[in-house]
Write a protein that binds this ligand. Sequence first.
Ligand code: S3P
Length: 171
Amino acid sequence: PEQWKLKKTVVLVGMMGAGKTAVGKALAADLGVPFLDSDAEIERAAAMSIAEIFARDGEAFFRDRETEVIDRLLEGEHGILSTGGGAFLAERNRKLISDKGVSVWLKADLQLLWNRVKHKNTRPLLRTVDPYATLREIYEARVPIYGMADLSVEARPEYSIEAMAEKVREA
Ligand code: S3P
């Protein structure tokens, strides 16, 4: 097994359904480095699901926890950090990420994202009367912001998780 020493934490950003968690886990395992996940860490600390946090405390509260967790995780041993889809939107988070990490946008088109998220009920932002329209609006608003990432890697339906991990590694 490989045992990499990363100079910086690699931070995966991009939309819900882009594969940040799955690809991050695979890449971390391939490189023998820690896998870090901001959503999972927020859920663990709160002992609640993301959906419960949004419902009980609201999105602004979640975003504050998200910034704290990203800051803390970037202080630890370097690894692969998968973030929630909204994490890269806040200037404060982009600053933390560019100071201490290298950002990689997992770039998927709207159809692929929709195919991956449509059957799930775990994303509070998509609990609307027309989740597809909501996803499209979010996507269109966010693409220019994800474009500020240091690197980008295209996700396609035919790429396996391992293939995506390999592409991030090459990037
Ligand atoms: C969000 C994406 C989710 C989670 C929360 C908000 C977003 O993470 O952080 O529901 O704003 O796009 P995933 O990208 O892992 O679904």
